[in-house]
Design a protein around this ligand. Structure first.
Ligand code: GLN
Length: 495
């Protein structure tokens, strides 16, 4: 039997259509691969074998009956563990939700199943998506397949690793301040945060509701475009969901890029960025110019306020969203408490980890009366200035580019002791969430220790197809998307 680990979604679907392979074989090979490497990578909280195999059997029946196949037929996928899949735990990598089993599908898992995807499991993450390294998981530390001494990025670290190691062709994450793009960059895969409102968040556990967005990880831009076209679209169950017709992401991503105008954001390159990262971005700029893209340096002075603005807004919204985990409505309950108040206090004390508590306290403080105007309101005003600055740039440029992260993947423990150093690693990704605009990270070279470097491409709101177009053009001119970590070879069928 042909080995299909590492094949793209498009390739897998093609093999299935030509009847060269059955969906059950695709599922089994990927599950075997996932399990063989899991002890070293720790990327999954739950493996959903039964669900994947049942779905694969359904797809094989369609193939046998020569029925038309849905767009992700037979494609193995993984979901970050903050998205509900009916009947399986959704833990957010938190003790407080360790035993929570949603009785319903979130919009994304519903759409994936309807599109024929094989859901292989739920991936590890920073607790409640708060973090940039997946070290804040209450359960385990996910390792970067390029170097298992370094973090995979976060908070969707498990999903990035699932794709980078070949366990699934596609995976999904959520991005509130960079949690798809930064781990994609650290793990050398593509990862996209779509325009705010493009993908329904029904069934996604909320972190910061004005910033959260779901998006895909893939090995190549074609898979990202395909996955996005499946999960995007209006959903009345999410009041922020965009209600108009959407572009053909797959078709438009193939349009030519010659003559496109792109701004390289000065404030996100140069000083404070690892020299190898700067160099890779410089090379990427040359590659784009060689394709007839006009790249000019632009300055966005308000971006220097993005970090404090983000950490005020995100923590304020989180403190409100996480109030529901009280041992009554959701979450495990502390059994020893003698009265209601101590039940609340003890449940939350033992259920939440240190970073989550820190953020709830910061957010509660920022929202408290007397401080609201000075912090939350002020942050919202500066957020508006940042959005305006993007609007202004997009009057002159089709797209903007920068490094996704100032560094390549860092060592375990190197930033976890000091929250501020960790927060600083989000500098390039959070502006897109504040502005609600789309962004992608694609592999564009190697930095320190040969670890992958990510190129970030940002577009105006609803300019997702243009973002994909430039990313795809870069990919067709280079070979970085085919670089894979060497240590995780496919496990042979007889193993
Ligand atoms: N690292 C950022 C944070 O900790 C972003 C997380 C995310 O996008 N979910 O808030």
């Amino acid at each position: 039997m042909a080995n299909v680990i590492g094949k793209s979604a498009t390739e897998l679907r093609h093999l299935l259509e030509k009847k060269e392979l059955r969906a059950v074989e695709i599922a089994e090979q990927h599950l075997r691969h996932l399990r063989a490497h899991e002890s070293e990578l720790d990327a999954f909280n739950t493996v959903t074998d039964a669900l994947a195999l049942r779905q694969a059997e359904n797809i094989d029946r369609l193939v046998e009956a020569n029925k038309p196949l849905p767009p992700l037929a037979g494609v193995p996928v993984a979901l970050k563990d903050n998205m509900c899949v009916s009947g399986f735990p959704t833990t957010c990598s938190s003790r407080i939700l360790e035993n929570f089993i949603p009785p319903y599908h979130g919009a994304v898992s519903e759409k994936l199943l309807a599109a024929g995807a094989l859901i292989l499991g739920k991936t590890n993450m920073d607790e409640f998506a708060m973090g940039s390294s997946t070290e804040n998981s209450a359960f385990k530390k996910t390792k970067n397949p390029w170097n298992t001494g370094t973090v995979p990025g976060g908070s969707s670290g498990g999903s990035a690793v699932s794709v980078a190691s070949g366990s699934t062709a596609i995976a999904f994450g959520s991005d509130t301040g960079g949690s798809i793009r930064q781990p994609a960059s650290f793990c050398g895969v593509a990862g996209m945060k779509p325009t705010y409102g493009l993908v329904s968040r029904y069934g996604l556990v909320a972190y910061a509701s004005s910033l959260d967005q779901i998006g895909p990880f893939g090995k190549c831009v074609d898979d990202i475009a395909l996955a996005l076209s499946v999960i995007a679209g209006h959903d009345a169950r999410d009041s922020t969901s965009y209600a108009r017709e959407l572009p053909d992401f797959v078709g438009e991503s193939k349009l030519p890029v010659k003559g496109m105008r792109v701004g390289l954001i000065r404030e996100l390159t140069g000083e404070g960025v690892e020299p190898e990262v700067n160099k890779a971005i410089e090379e990427a700029t040359k590659t784009l110019r060689d394709q007839g893209v006009i790249v000019e340096e632009v300055s966005m002075p308000y971006l220097k306020h993005a970090l404090p603005v983000y950490y005020l807004i995100a923590t304020a919204e989180a403190s409100s969203n996480l109030a529901r985990f009280d041992g009554v409505r959701y979450g495990s309950r502390d059994a020893d408490a003698s009265d209601l108040l101590s039940m609340y206090l003890q449940t939350r004390h033992s259920g939440f980890g240190a970073e989550v508590k820190l953020r709830i306290m910061l957010g509660t403080y920022a929202l408290s009366s007397g401080y609201y105007d000075a912090y939350y309101k002020k942050a919202q005003q500066v957020r508006r200035l940042i959005r305006n600055e993007f609007d202004e740039q997009f009057r002159n440029y089709d797209l903007l580019i920068s490094p996704t992260s100032p560094s390549v993947a860092f060592e375990f423990g190197s930033k976890s002791e000091d929250p501020l150093t960790m927060y600083l690693s989000d500098i390039a990704t959070i502006p897109a969430n504040l502005a609600g605009i789309p962004g992608i990270s694609i592999n564009c070279g190697s930095g320190r220790y040969g670890l992958p470097v990510g190129l970030q491409i940002l577009g105006p709101a609803l300019g997702d197809a243009a973002v994909l177009r430039l990313a795809r053009a870069f990919e067709s001119a280079t070979n970085f998307h085919n670089m894979r970590p060497g240590k995780f070879p496919p496990v042979s069928a007889s193993a």
